[in-house]
Design a protein around this ligand. Sequence first.
Ligand code: GLV
Length: 318
Amino acid sequence: MKKKILITRKLLIENEEKLKKLFDVKLNIKDELYTSDKIIELSKDCDGILSAITDQFNKDLIEKLSPSIKIIANFAVGFGNIDVNAAAKKNIVVTNTPEVLDDSTADISILLLLGASRKVLEARRAAELQNWKWSADFMLGKQMSNKRLGILGMGRIGRAVAKRARGFNMEIHYHNRSQLSKDLEEGAIYHKTVKDLFNCSDFLSINCPATKETNKIINKETITFLPDNVVIGNAARGDVVDDEAMIEALKSEKVFAFGLDVYNGEPKIHPEYLKLNNIFLLPHLGSATKRTRWDMAYRATQNLEDFFSIGMAKDKVN
Ligand code: GLV
């Protein structure tokens, strides 16, 4: 008999077709954002759940899930939306979708730095008004080429950002929990502390996972370690940044500009960000290409298939 899977969000049609062939699926045709109660109710008779980052699988929800649920396959590389320890206590395997979104997220990381440093939001507004005047000092941005790039979190995505930044002739610096092998570093310079990394980051790309250690790692104190007029891009998670401290730094222009794809409490955005010009905002598009979303769903499907057929899922995170 086919295993029964709750798919909490609408996927690309081709991915849903494949899931339908393999499993007895409960699709979310209208792509509603399910409440916790609805997830509990809908998954009552299921063996697994294919979840998305918009679902909050906290301890309370996990404890209330039916004992028949054996796996939550998250349709994302990040799994901060799932209490993986609570899941492990209930013998629920949690999986993610690593690797397949490295390129699209690295592309967005570069876009955030360029969009912020070259004032793309302000420029678009000016262009739309159609009354701008060219002048030698009109809307001058900060040049990214030939600068020092700090990468906070040199995992696969961070390294893909480094690869792109080398094309801009940037000098790559990074901080990570541990130093990478020379092969993986490809000439990037390791800094043991955040302070040391920040000291030499003209541009800073945030690509670390959201963990207890990285929560609000960009804060009032650490911002002071950065050079004046730094440009920062965050393609990781909103929790990594203390918004109040960042807004103050943007207002004083200690931070020249900030590009964000992710937010604390998204889809809400701190209202002060919306009032600033030195900001470049995207609505969490890191993995939003057809290719990548297809690959992510394929990977999540593979995790479900492997788990139910051989008892092991490649991307288990707990
Ligand atoms: C996107 O933010 C992801 O974690 O996949």
